[in-house]
Structures are given as structure tokens and as C-alpha cells.
Design a binder for this molecule. Structure first.
Ligand SMILES: [Fe+2]
Ligand SMILES: [Fe+2]
Length: 640
């Protein structure tokens, strides 16, 4: 680098300066500098000028990279130190050798300063890279979604090496246990590349295959000039997109057992990472080989990525395992009570939909409530499993469709048939007695009388039965006990085995007068106990920290804000927010499902009305219900 020696024109020193040993580039400055002189660094200014003349220089000179050698003008030392740039003060008659040494030393100082600056820069760069690597490491270890992780690995590898494009392959095993590479992902700054998954054998015939087969890093300066290696670049892509693949860095990703689990292929390192490689000319101008440092960084990143990837795959396996277990549990509930088929899954969809609506809302009392993807997962599992405790309820009660059990209604039918036969028999007997006593003369009026009476009795019997069958149907809303039913129960008949029996037994009457639904209080308690069973069952599972509230959420799905819910009679503030959402979804699905035993599906509008009534009675959260309606959450399961 040229050493620039500045002086003021005219100068008595010029002659001396010209003959200094050492290659100096002499640059003259005018004494009255008013504009910025064209400083080329490093520079030393040899000044035989008044201090005042130098004031201007001090203002106009660059920050660093130059020194001042000052020749005394009188006997007093200069007052200014020129911001530390004053290197030496020499007497006016200083011998030439002194000036020579002073200039040399000034440049040595500048040299050292520059060296220090560069080292500092280098250090800062390394520190930044390390920090970046650390940050990437943290990001990699916290990303649990394998697909997002692959994106992250490739993005960060490209960022840290400043390259244009890249691809990622994963080593996968086929059912026979043979391994191959699967092309998983590609990214490019310069082209949008349509993705198509394909597989590559792990052998030395392709670049990625080679890296996977040998476990070695490949750093290729020009992919069109590959020598002494068993593969060539497949130029299909370049030809199709008018691209030019030049420098390539291929890094195998190895796990802790040193097995290659994937291959990272980075393409075209750029001088300026922001430049798009739109044409081949730009490629030739901008693309450089991957540096040693890039190779080190990429390789360090690849090993971190491999560990993170293995962890995330393992995590996904565990998740799948759990998901499978949850599905099996749901199957277990729904096989016991096929009429509620799909209920758990629908409640989960509705509740998750409502939670997402709460998360999105930026007004109202819940605008500050947000759910992470983990929170959503917790809500989903709690919803899917909320009714699991039904496995602990007697099946007969669980599937009870009418007020009477099927065996009871069959019994009543048989009883009425019997009575019908008895009435018919009675009529025949009366006719026979008449004929035996009076002969068959003029029997018709008598027979007609008998038949009329019999017809009336049979008709009444039919009416009774149809009334019983009607009363057997459960209702959604409470109905008053029918007087007719009490009247029917007051009738009796002669049992062939002896005693007189009532037309309806006390138990039958009790069931038939259930005001709402199909269950009597004792059966209701049994059904309601499913919540306790759900809680007990879910509490057995060692949930992760993120899912630990599942039992508590599920436990509260039948609670109401005023404490009138079951089975714990929780108050509004005791009910978890997630459970408040689930309760609305649960009621909505129970009402609208076409598969409840004791009722046909309630139309959607009507279901929303019924829930709206409960909101008015302060049983359910009004804001959540408003969101349920406004965000049309109820439509989520409408098609099912
Ligand atoms: Fe339930
Ligand atoms: Fe439910």
C-alpha cells in the first residue's frame, strides 16, 4: 500500500522529503485549505506551518489513518495535540536522519493501528458468527415441528453462508430397511422453484448421494468443472430455468451416532447476499467459492441441525403415539354409546375454533387472552377426552333412549295384548252362555250389544297403550305429568296367576312421568358421574407441562356460571376459561347432533336460541357465546 506523505506548498522541506529513502508518494497541500483535501491513507503530514494554519487541517482531515509531524515555528511547543494525531515535534533544524526516522516510525504506527483495527473487526465478525450460531442453535432446539425445522435449517444455513439457493435431503428407510435420500425442500433467492418430492439412491453417482455415502463435505468451486469425482452435475434445472449453478457446498448432517440422517446442499455463494442471480452474467460476476469459514459454519450448523431434527422426529413419533392412543380412547367411548358417534371430535373442533376466535379478537373483555399452539393442543385433547368417563357408566343407562327400558316397554305391550285377549274371550264367553241358555233364536240384538261394549273396551285399551307409548318419548323441555297417565295407572286387570294387578306398575309410572329427557334422578346421577370418571382417568396420565391442565378443563365441562352445573357446582371464577368455551360447544353439539337417542336433531337456529336462553339466565359466558355466533363457529361442524 502506498505511503502518502503530505506537505504544505511551498515548503523549505521539499528537497529533503524528495530524497527520503523509502517509497513515499508526495502530495502537496495548499496552506490555506478551505475544502477537504483528497486524503489517501495511510498518510503522514509533515507540517512546517503555523499552528493556526493547521487548525483547518484538523477540521478537514479524516478521523484516523494519518499522523502529523510538526516542525517548530518558534520556540514554544504547539498548544494543540491534534486529537492525538500529533506524532512528533521536531526542531526547525532537525537533522535529516531524524526526520527520516520520524516518518518511518509514524507509518509503522499507522500500520500497527490498521492491523489492530483489522484484528478487532475479525474478532467482532467471529463473535457475531458465534452469536448467530448460538441463536440458530436455540431456534433449532425449540422448533418441534419437523417441517418448520427443515425450513429453518435451510434458511439459516443459507443466511450464514450468504448463498443463493439450497436444498435439503433426508435419509429415509423403506419397509425393507434400505436407505435412500428423499428430496424434502428447496429454497432459492433468484427463482421460485416448483417443488416435487423425489428420491435418490445413497451412492456416489450424485452430489448429495456422494456426501451421504461417504460422510464427507464437498466444496466445489464450479459445478460445471467437476474433476476426479464419480459424479457430474445434473444440469436439467439450469437449462430449464436459465440458471447457472456454480459454487456448491454439500454438508452431510450426522447424528450423535455419526450416521448421516440428511444432506444439506448449498448453491452459489454470493459476494453480496442481497443480489438476485437473474442472469448468467450476474452469476459470473457475483458468485464466489464457499470460503473455509463458510464450510466450518455450515458444518457446525449441520451437526446442530441433525440433533434437533432427530429430536423433533422423535417428538413427532411420541405425539403420533399419543394421538393414536387418544383416538383409541374415543373409539372406546363411542363403541359403548354409538349414538354419540363423532361427538368428541366435533366438540374439539368447535372449542378449538372458539379459542382461535378469542385469540383473534382485538376488542371486548377477552382481547388480551391469547393461546399458543400448545394451549390449543391442550384445549383439543381436553375436548376430545371430555366424555371419556362414560366408560364408567352402566351401558344400559348410557344408551337409554326412551323413558322406559326396552324390556319394560315390551312387557307392557305383552300385558296389553293379554288384556285384549281376555276382553275378547270374555265377549265370546258371554255369547256362548247366551246361546246355551236361550238357543240361537233372536241372538243378534244380544250379540250386537256385547260387541259394542267389547269394541269400546278394546278402543279404550288401544288409547291407553298409545298414550303410554307417547309418554315414553323423552322431551327436550320439561312437560307436566299427564293426568291421563295417572288414570291409566289406576286401572287394573286380573292376572291369570291370581292377584289383581295395576295396568302400569309404580316403577313404570315413575319412569313415564320423567318430565324431561329419558332419565330419572338416580340414572341422571349415574350419567353425571361420567365427569368424575373423566377426571379420574385423565389425572392418571403424566401430562407434559404444556398439557397439564387437561384434567382440570375436562372436569368442568358441565359446570354453569351460577354454580348450578354438575358434579362439582363450581362458581364462575372456579371454572377454567377453556372449560367455559367447551361447555358452549358441548351443549351446541348435543342439541344439533342427529344421533342423540331421545330426540331428533334440533335445528341450528333453535339450538342457538336455547343456548341464548341459558346465557340470559347467566349460566353460560355471554361474551364467548357472542363470539361463537359472530365468528360463525357453529358452522365448523355443520357439514358433518
Ligand atoms: Fe359430558
Ligand atoms: Fe360431551
Amino acid at each position: 500500500m502506498a505511503k502518502n506523505l503530505y506537505y504544505f506548498r511551498p515548503s523549505a522541506l521539499l528537497k529533503v522529503l524528495r530524497h527520503l529513502p523509502g517509497a513515499y508518494r508526495l502530495v502537496a497541500l495548499d496552506r490555506a485549505q478551505s475544502s477537504h483535501p483528497d486524503w489517501t491513507l495511510p498518510a503522514v503530514l509533515v507540517a512546517d506551518a503555523r499552528e493556526d494554519d493547521l487548525k483547518q487541517i484538523e477540521r478537514l482531515a479524516p478521523e484516523g489513518g494519518w499522523r502529523l509531524i510538526y516542525f517548530l515555528q518558534g520556540n514554544s511547543l504547539p498548544k494543540s495535540r491534534f486529537n492525538g494525531r500529533l506524532f512528533a515535534v521536531l526542531p526547525r533544524q532537525a537533522p535529516r536522519a531524524v526526520l527520516e526516522r520520524a516518518v518511518e516510525s509514524a507509518f509503522d504506527t499507522l500500520n500497527m493501528e490498521e492491523e489492530r483495527r483489522r484484528t478487532g473487526l475479525q474478532l467482532r465478525l467471529v463473535a457475531t458468527e458465534l452469536e448467530t450460531l448460538n441463536k440458530i442453535g436455540v431456534a433449532l432446539s425449540t422448533e418441534r415441528n419437523p417441517d418448520a425445522l427443515l425450513e429453518l435449517i435451510l434458511t439459516k444455513s443459507r443466511e450464514i453462508t450468504g448463498c443463493d439457493a439450497g436444498s435439503l435431503y433426508l435419509a429415509e428407510e423403506d419397509p425393507e430397511g434400505a436407505k435412500h435420500l428423499v428430496f424434502k425442500l428447496t429454497q432459492s433467492d433468484s427463482h421460485s422453484v416448483p417443488f416435487r418430492q423425489f428420491t435418490l439412491p445413497i451412492d456416489t453417482r450424485s452430489i448429495a448421494g456422494y456426501a451421504a455415502a461417504t460422510g464427507n463435505i464437498l466444496n466445489i468451486k464450479d459445478a460445471y468443472r467437476i474433476r476426479n469425482l464419480p459424479f457430474r452435475l445434473n444440469r436439467d434445472f439450469d437449462q430449464k430455468f436459465g440458471y447457472r449453478t456454480k459454487s456448491i457446498l454439500v454438508v452431510p448432517m450426522k447424528n450423535q451416532k455419526d450416521e448421516v440422517i440428511g444432506v444439506l446442499q448449498l448453491i452459489n455463494a454470493k459476494r453480496n447476499p442481497a443480489v438476485k442471480l437473474a442472469t448468467r452474467q450476474i452469476v459470473h460476476r457475483e458468485v464466489i467459492p464457499f470460503s473455509e469459514r463458510s464450510q466450518e459454519l455450515a458444518s457446525s450448523l449441520a451437526s446442530q441441525a441433525a440433533v434437533a431434527l432427530e429430536n423433533s422426529l422423535l417428538y413427532r413419533e411420541i405425539e403420533n403415539l399419543f394421538e393414536g392412543f387418544v383416538k383409541a380412547s374415543v373409539l372406546a367411548i363411542e363403541s359403548r354409546d354409538p349414538t354419540t358417534f363423532g361427538h368428541s371430535e366435533r366438540v374439539a373442533k368447535l372449542t378449538v375454533g372458539l379459542a382461535e376466535a378469542v385469540d383473534r379478537s382485538d376488542a371486548g373483555p377477552y382481547r388480551d387472552i391469547h393461546f399458543t399452539s400448545q394451549d390449543i393442543r391442550e384445549i383439543r385433547y381436553a375436548s376430545i377426552l371430555h366424555d371419556f368417563g362414560k366408560v364408567g357408566v352402566r351401558e344400559e343407562v348410557l344408551v337409554k333412549a326412551k323413558k322406559l327400558y326396552p324390556s319394560q316397554i315390551e312387557f307392557i305391550n305383552k300385558r296389553f295384548q293379554y288384556i285384549r285377549k281376555v276382553l275378547e274371550l270374555d265377549a265370546y264367553r258371554k255369547k256362548l252362555d247366551h246361546v246355551l241358555t236361550n238357543g240361537n233364536q233372536n241372538y243378534q240384538p244380544f250379540f250386537a250389544e256385547i260387541e259394542t261394549a267389547e269394541g269400546k273396551e278394546l278402543q279404550q285399551l288401544d288409547e291407553f297403550l298409545s298414550h303410554v307409548l307417547q309418554a315414553n318419548e323423552p322431551t327436550v323441555l320439561p312437560v307436566k305429568t299427564s293426568e291421563k297417565l295417572v288414570e291409566i295407572a289406576g286401572w287394573s286387570f286380573q292376572d291369570p296367576s291370581g292377584p289383581t294387578e295395576p295396568l302400569l306398575t309404580a316403577e313404570e309410572l315413575r319412569f313415564l312421568t320423567i318430565p324431561k329427557g329419558s332419565l330419572d334422578p338416580e340414572e341422571r346421577v349415574q350419567i353425571e358421574s361420567h365427569v368424575i370418571h373423566s377426571f379420574r382417568f385423565l389425572s392418571q396420565i403424566p401430562w407434559t407441562k404444556e398439557l397439564r391442565r387437561i384434567p382440570l378443563i375436562a372436569k368442568a365441562h358441565h359446570e354453569k356460571l351460577d354454580g348450578s352445573g354438575y358434579p362439582y357446582h363450581m362458581k364462575a371464577e372456579e371454572i377454567p376459561f377453556q372449560a367455559k368455551m367447551m361447555t358452549i360447544s358441548d351443549i351446541f353439539d348435543a342439541l344439533t347432533a342427529r344421533d342423540r337417542p331421545y330426540k331428533r336433531a334440533v335445528p341450528m337456529e333453535r339450538a342457538l336460541d336455547i343456548i341464548g336462553q341459558e346465557v340470559k339466565s347467566q349460566l353460560l359466558d355471554p361474551v364467548l357465546f357472542q363470539l361463537f355466533v359472530e365468528a360463525k363457529i357453529f358452522q365448523i361442524t355443520a357439514k358433518e
